[in-house]
Design a protein around this ligand. Sequence first.
Ligand code: FAD
Length: 305
Amino acid sequence: MNAVLRYEELAAELGVRAIAGLSLARHTTLRVGGPAEWAFFPRTMAQAARLHAELRRGELPVRIIGAGSNLLISDQGLHAAVILTAEMIAEPVVSHDRNVFALSGTKIPGLARWAAQRGLSGLEFAEGIPAQLGGAIRMNAGANQSSFSEVLDTVHVAGDEGEVRHHRCGKDDFGYRDSFVMREQLFVLGAQLALKEGDPERIKHRATEYRDRRRSSQPLSERSAGCVFANWPDQSVGALIEKLGLKGLAIGGAEVSRKHGNFIVNRGDASADDIRALIDHVRETISRATGRAPRLEVEIWEDRW
Ligand SMILES: Cc1cc2nc3c(=O)[nH]c(=O)nc-3n(C[C@H](O)[C@H](O)[C@H](O)COP(=O)(O)OP(=O)(O)OC[C@H]3O[C@@H](n4cnc5c(N)ncnc54)[C@H](O)[C@@H]3O)c2cc1C
């Protein structure tokens, strides 16, 4: 059977929306990225788990995209079957012990607000992280001295046979911008978050404080993928970039943010190549100046670069 038919048939059988040649630029916060050979939009955990298992048996590599807020995707696009979790959304469910269940496509800012309105504390730190839950768990996203690992009880992942597996989180499952999901290349379908009872006014106050801090230090109205490099334990890479005089440096439509040295922004017409070239230049400059190269936090996907 030819590949086009196979992917179309699979999508129809599972009731999943599928698009051939979908431009990925609209699905990343940098707003760059060429087409995906195939793109799939599952809605439920069961559908997504089955889809994932079937796709892994196919000829195309499988990739997963959440909010695309940590991705730089080649303008040439991806020779891949891409699962987008944007439609895996539903009202979160809270149980009597304040465990909250949410699907992987749930947007973090909305989830944090939802919890705050119900007096559920624990997600204030995540205010303003423009991720979806699955991507945030994989990256162990964090801010304000906290990260997702601190609130995760159980992560639901896709099993090899298309089943939904439940992973109880333990202390070795996460590190700084690192997780068992990343190490084992798993697909997160949803999660139970262990939140605490809190005073809604205090939660709101803390979240507002974090939001104001973020607004004053990050270029939130511009297109970016957040911090490009992971900080060293003993050094902020953004501060170092500023010290090296790289703020405002541009290649094509890509520019080192004038507000935050560790952000690269798309001034509107940047190509993925522009952004990539600027990342390489900044990294080399840091390396020459300090003798060590920072680890990339942004993921670069370039199948056909
Ligand atoms: C303005 C701005 C501010 C930011 N601030 C922060 C911050 O304070 N702290 C921080 O940590 N990060 C920050 N980020 C970066 C980004 O939001 C995080 O890395 C986030 O965790 C990425 O989530 P996502 O859903 O966008 O994932 P994507 O960018 O879509 O994907 C990132 C990785 O996760 C994988 N992935 C996505 N969904 C799933 C899933 N369901 N299961 C398995 N793997 C999956 C992808 O395959 C990819 O490998 C910021 C980004 C921006 C643009």
